[in-house]
Design a binder for this molecule. Structure first.
Ligand code: 13P
Ligand code: SF4
Length: 301
C-alpha cells in the first residue's frame, strides 16, 4: 500500500465509509475498495450493506442507483464530472415524448441510465441479468429497450426477439471493430476471446463469449484456457490479472478506456473522506419512482 492508500484506509474506518468500486476504475482505487464488481453486484451490495456512508467509485448513474437502494445512507460519487455518455443519450424529455406516442410498449432500461430516466421506465436490467430477466417477461408484447442499441441487438439475436431499440451506444465499446478482433485473434490464435455485451453485434459474433464484467471473471474461472483476449475497458484487465495471476490477459487493442471511469483517482477518494465529497441528492419523487424498476429487476435477478 502507498501512503495515500494507507491514509484512505484509516479515514474510511474512522468516518464509517463503505467504498464500492466498479471493475473499470483504476487499479489503485480498486485496491482500497470494500467491494469491486459489475453493475448488478454493486447494486446488490448497496442494497444490503447498510452503511452510514457509501462512497461510489464509478460513474454517476451507479452512485444514483446506490442512493435509490440505500436512501437512508449518505451516498457520494467520487468524481462529480464522471458521467456516462450512453446514459446521457436517453434524455428524459425525449423518452416521455416517445412514451406518449407508444403507450402500449413495455419500456426496459439498461441500468446505465440516469435516475430521472429510470423513473419513466417499467423495469431495469444490467448486462449481467438481462437475458435471465427477459426470459421471465412476455417478449411477444411490444418492447422498447434503451439506451444501448448494441446490448439490445445482442439480446434480440440471442433470444430470437424483436425489441425496438433506442439509438444510444457506449462510445468506449462501440469503437471496437471487426478488424480489431480479427487482428487480436491473429496475434494470439491460442487465446480464448471475450467481449462486453455493449460491443457491436458483428464483433460479438466473432468472440467466444459476450458477457458482463462479472461474467468475464466467472468465464475465466470456469475455463482451462491459459490466455484470453479481453474486449472491454482496460480496468478489467487489472482485475482479471489480480484474480488469476497464473493466466495471461491481452487487451484487444491498446487503450480501450472509459474517460469517465478514469476520472476517479485516489486523490478524489481522499478528498471525499476529508469532508469535501459530492453527495447524491434525489427528490422524493425520483427516489420513489426510479426505485420501482430497480426493485423489479432485483426481484427477477
Ligand atoms: P457491467 O455491469 O458489465 O460491469 O457494465 C457496466 C458498464 O458501464 C459497461 O460499460
Ligand atoms: Fe458508460 Fe461506456 Fe463508460 Fe460504461 S464504459 S460508463 S457504458 S461510457
Amino acid at each position: 500500500m502507498t501512503p495515500i492508500q494507507e491514509e484512505i484506509l484509516a479515514l474510511k474506518r474512522e468516518k464509517e465509509f463503505t467504498i464500492l468500486c466498479h471493475n473499470y476504475v483504476d487499479g489503485s482505487v480498486q485496491d482500497i475498495a470494500d467491494f469491486v464488481g459489475d453493475s448488478l453486484e454493486l447494486s446488490q451490495k448497496a442494497k444490503k450493506c447498510g452503511a452510514k456512508n457509501i462512497l461510489f467509485c464509478g460513474v454517476r448513474f451507479m452512485a444514483e442507483t446506490a442512493k435509490l437502494l440505500s436512501p437512508d445512507s449518505h451516498v457520494y460519487t467520487a468524481h462529480p464530472g464522471a458521467g456516462c455518455p450512453m446514459a446521457d443519450m436517453c434524455q428524459p424529455e425525449a423518452l416521455r415524448a416517445w412514451k406518449r406516442d407508444h403507450a402500449e410498449h413495455l419500456i426496459i432500461a439498461y441500468v446505465n441510465t440516469t435516475a430521472e430516466t429510470k423513473s419513466i421506465v417499467d423495469i431495469c436490467v444490467t448486462s449481467g441479468n438481462a437475458e435471465r430477466i427477459l426470459k421471465q417477461l412476455d417478449t411477444t408484447q411490444p418492447i422498447l429497450f434503451l439506451p444501448d442499441q448494441n446490448l439490445g441487438a445482442n439480446l434480440n439475436a440471442r433470444l430470437g426477439i424483436k425489441m425496438d431499440l433506442w439509438n444510444g451506444f457506449c462510445s468506449t465499446h462501440h469503437r471496437i471493430s471487426v478488424d480489431d478482433i480479427g487482428r487480436a485473434k491473429a496475434d494470439h490464435p491460442e487465446s480464448s476471446v471475450f467481449v462486453h455485451l455493449e460491443c457491436k453485434p458483428e464483433v460479438v459474433a466473432l468472440a467466444d463469449a459476450a458477457l458482463s464484467t462479472a461474467g468475464m471473471l466467472k468465464y475465466v474461472e470456469n475455463h482451462d484456457a491459459p490466455s484470453y483476449i479481453v474486449g472491454t475497458e482496460e480496468g478489467m484487465i487489472y482485475r482479471l490479472r489480480k484474480e488469476f495471476p497464473e493466466k495471461t490477459f491481452y487487451g484487444m487493442k491498446p487503450s480501450i478506456l472509459c474517460p469517465n471511469m478514469k476520472k476517479v483517482e485516489l486523490a478524489n477518494v481522499l478528498d471525499c473522506l476529508k469532508g469535501n465529497g459530492h453527495e447524491i441528492e434525489l427528490s422524493d419523487e425520483i427516489l420513489e419512482q426510479a426505485l420501482r424498476p430497480v426493485e423489479k429487476m432485483l426481484a427477477l435477478s
